[in-house]
Write a protein that binds this ligand. Structure first.
Ligand code: G1P
Length: 292
């Protein structure tokens, strides 16, 4: 299995981050000075992906504009000698081949991915959800691709989460096969803590075979009345071995308030140009809050 193509579903309504997402795609929320989706695209590129399909929907045009060239802006920056900024803007427009397809109705993640069938054209695909930013030395999706290629099998990225949060995720039941790797026995979408077979949660990274599309077509609406990717994977599991890889690195759930704030703090701390000022700022804020 050779994985060249990635699909980034970005059609979700972003209800967890309302009201900002009323007029702004959640994928465009800023983490320091880049939108969330920039980090996700960068992860795919660093993993060697050559072709990215973004599934958009209503109100998502800002995503296309972001990755497009902006000749007026480039002209303006060049005229004023702002060459550092110019380079940054030009680089975004040249990152990788990005294609778009629109999901007309928000029928769920499974339905969004189904929109990729034509573009993917019989190849295996990497799927990266924009709710999760993963910062790690080896890109998160690369860690999955390596396992998928070695085992010639689908792989989902997982992480242990506190039991009280299992109902936010797809949860896998797996048997350990080596360090940080499970063979999946079963999976269930957003179970209550009492129903969950474990606290091993699917984070938004998958490597899937092209057969997934046939399974998605047969998947009836599940949790929340939506076509769930987890339900289609559960059926695929009956025919193929499937693995869950514990992804190493730091994961930020930027679709949640605290995850979003944490991503901004930690990613700014990882930047040379901001680190010192941000540490000073955090210290000052804490001191001030304690003295109130
Ligand atoms: C989706 C998947 C879920 C997975 C999660 C990871 O849910 O359906 O299985 O655990 O992404 O972020 P969503 O967050 O889109 O509701």
């Amino acid at each position: 299995m050779k994985v060249r193509k990635a699909v980034i579903p970005a059609a979700g309504l972003g209800t967890r981050m309302l009201p900002i997402t009323k007029s702004m795609p959640k994928e465009m929320l800023p983490i320091v000075d880049r939108p969330v989706i920039h980090y996700v695209v960068e992860e795919a590129i660093k993993a060697g992906i050559e072709d990215i399909l973004i599934i958009t929907g209503k109100g998502k045009r800002a995503i296309e504009d972001y990755f497009d060239r902006s000749f007026e802006l480039e002209y303006y920056l060049r005229e004023r000698g702002k060459l550092g900024e110019l380079k940054q803007v030009e680089e975004i427009g040249e990152m990788v081949d990005i294609y778009y397809v629109r999901q007309k109705k928000p029928l769920g993640l499974g339905d969004a991915i189904l929109h990729a069938e034509k573009h993917v054209n019989g190849e295996p695909l990497a799927v990266l959800l924009g709710d999760d930013i993963i910062m790690s030395e080896k890109p998160g999706i690369k860690q999955l691709i390596e396992v998928a290629e070695r085992k010639d099998a689908p792989v989902v990225g997982v992480e242990e989460v506190p039991w009280k949060f299992v109902s936010r995720y797809g949860i896998v039941e797996g048997e350990p096969v080596s360090r940080n790797l499970y063979r999946i026995r079963d999976m269930v979408e957003k179970p209550s803590p009492s129903e969950a077979p474990s606290n091993i949660a699917i984070i938004g990274r998958y490597v899937l075979p092209p057969e997934i599309f046939e399974f998605l077509k047969r998947t009836p609406p599940g949790k929340g009345g939506e076509i769930q990717l987890t339900d289609a994977l559960r059926e695929l599991l009956k025919e193929q071995d499937m693995f869950a890889k514990v992804v190493s690195g730091r994961r930020y759930d930027v679709g949640s308030h605290v995850g979003f704030i944490r991503a901004n703090l930690e990613i700014s701390l990882s930047r040379e140009d901001l680190r010192e000022e941000v540490i000073n700022l955090m210290e000052r804020v804490i001191r001030e809050v304690q003295n109130e």
